[in-house]
Write a protein that binds this ligand. Structure first.
Ligand code: HEC
Ligand code: HEC
Length: 148
């Protein structure tokens, strides 16, 4: 009795494994799974130079706000230079109003007169991202929820 059960189970597994290898595996990147990655199509960032854009509505609490302007020319952040901060460390840059980086980005000892930025937030673009007009890869039914 036991042997018959083992044999039939083995048969079921054999059929199942043949069936699964026969399925065509297609990847979202559009090429065969073992193929080398194609270079992604380069998309231009939306928006123009800072100062002309509306802010993008946030869709969840504690969301790092999305960057509404182009970042060409100042997204090259290195150990000593950070052009984002030229503008975002204050509320005004060259007479223009700028959204100042949140209080969470400054050290507790920081004052308005002598702002001390928290180096944990130095790499702005690990959290804040510029936008491109790209179609979602999969259907997305996410609805924001900040009205709390
Ligand atoms: C020349 C000044 C300037 C520079 C440089 C700059 N920004 Fe901005 N940024 C602005 C202004 C002004 C706005 C308000 C929107 C607008 O008018 O385009 C803004 C908006 C933003 C916002 C949206 C804030 C919110 O509350 O929704 C984020 C995030 C942001 N910038 C991040 C960055 C990052 C990251 C960099 C560097 C890659 C950068 N900015 C460089 C001036 C600047
Ligand atoms: C570790 C993630 C992280 C990094 C790195 C970071 N931010 Fe933010 N940022 C956030 C989050 C989250 C918020 C929204 C909540 C808050 O203000 O803390 C925010 C808010 C902001 C705002 C809007 C402030 C407001 O009061 O509405 C600006 C402007 C901004 N960041 C600019 C910057 C700039 C410029 C840098 C780099 C010098 C930077 N951030 C680095 C996560 C980050």
């Amino acid at each position: 009795m036991k042997t018959t059960l083992k044999i039939s189970l083995a048969a079921v597994f054999a059929v199942a494994s043949c069936w699964s290898t026969a399925q065509h595996v297609s990847s979202m990147r559009g090429s065969e799974v073992p193929a080398t990655d194609k270079a992604p199509i380069e998309q231009p960032y939306l928006g123009s130079k800072p100062g002309a854009q509306k802010l993008i509505a946030r869709t969840f609490q504690e969301q790092p706000p999305l960057i509404p302007h182009k970042v060409d020319g100042f997204d090259d952040i290195n150990a000593t230079d950070n052009t984002c901060l030229d503008c975002h460390i204050n509320e005004v840059f060259r007479g223009q109003k700028v959204p100042r980086a949140g209080a969470s980005h400054f050290l507790p000892t920081s004052t308005a007169a002598k702002p001390e930025f928290d180096m944990k937030r130095w790499q702005c673009n690990s959290c804040h991202v510029p936008q491109v007009d790209a179609k979602p890869l999969v259907e997305n039914v996410f609805k924001g929820n900040v009205a709390q």
